[in-house]
Design a protein around this ligand. Structure first.
Ligand code: MF3
Ligand code: CO
Ligand code: CO
Length: 257
């Protein structure tokens, strides 16, 4: 077992900058997300914007991953590979996940995009998932158990009739793409390690309409789909534990401040 990195003020400042760029990249791409565009086009725009801002996209080449972002439509839980053949249409819900490396430091965030009029269940799933992330963030303060993040998220998601993906988790981030600890989105109250000021990690709940289980595409080795082909949604932020609570480092819209 390794160790959770407590970031220094100098590291925090650089991670904050990378996180801001990741958040700004999501704002930038939002105007291009519309019916008729393919997800490779969006990936190219994301790649271009990140590089223009002096950073590099972390996914590209990560364990052999072939693109600069993950774009996951409808029944895709996560790690959707952008492609010319995946074309966005009215009624779709999709997650775009951006991770930047700026001056050697990582920022990781993702958001859902809803295309035109979506079904009532899709709308409820997206809103529930966003609220799950918010509930998780509210559990971030020094001395709290990491398990309380997954407890808050899973209790709410399940009360809404949805399920929580357990095969993918949040993670420490900043110095590396994926650091300790693993952040479970379903867990028991007052379990796990304790949060300390200077820890930085993601919370990124994936919530399913139906069964929680993921099925990895045998061809590409990445795309994780719901086993029952029902919908999945996800939101992600990078969070710093401060002396008094949290700072959402990827929140460029000031939703949390
Ligand atoms: N950004 C994803 C996360 O939130 C990880 C993507 S790994 C990749 O952890 F290789 F698919 F890019
Ligand atoms: Co992440
Ligand atoms: Co991510």
């Amino acid at each position: 077992m390794g160790k959770i990195i407590i970031k220094t003020p100098e590291q925090i400042e650089k991670i904050r900058k990378s996180c801001e760029l990741a958040g700004e990249t999501l704002l930038y791409i939002s105007e291009f997300v519309k019916p008729g565009v393919d997800t490779e086009y969006l990936d190219n725009k994301i790649d271009e914007y990140i590089r223009k801002n002096g950073a590099v996209p972390a996914p590209l080449g990560y364990h052999g991953y072939p693109k600069s972002s993950c774009i996951s439509l409808n029944n895709v839980i996560c790690h959707g590979i952008p492609s010319k053949n995946i074309i966005i249409k009215e009624g779709d819900i999709l997650n775009i996940d951006v991770t930047t490396i700026l001056d050697g430091f990582y920022g990781d965030t993702s958001s859902m995009f809803c295309i035109g009029e979506i079904s009532p269940v899709a709308d409820k799933l997206v809103k529930t998932t966003k609220h799950c992330l918010n509930l998780g963030i509210q559990q971030v303060f020094p001395g709290n158990y990491f398990g309380n993040i997954g407890f808050a998220i899973s209790r709410y998601a399940q009360a809404q009739g949805f399920s929580v993906v357990y095969e993918f988790c949040g993670h420490g981030v900043g110095v590396e793409f994926h650091e300790e600890p693993q952040i479970d989105h379903i867990s028991r109250r007052n379990t796990g390690l304790l949060m300390k000021p200077g820890m930085i990690f993601t919370i990124e709940p994936m919530i399913n309409e139906g069964k929680p289980k993921a099925d990895i595409d045998e061809q590409d080795g990445w795309t994780a789909r719901t086993v029952d082909h029902k919908l999945s949604a996800q939101f992600e932020h990078t969070i710093l534990v401060t002396d008094t609570g949290y700072e959402v480092l990827t929140d460029v819209s000031n939703e949390y401040s």
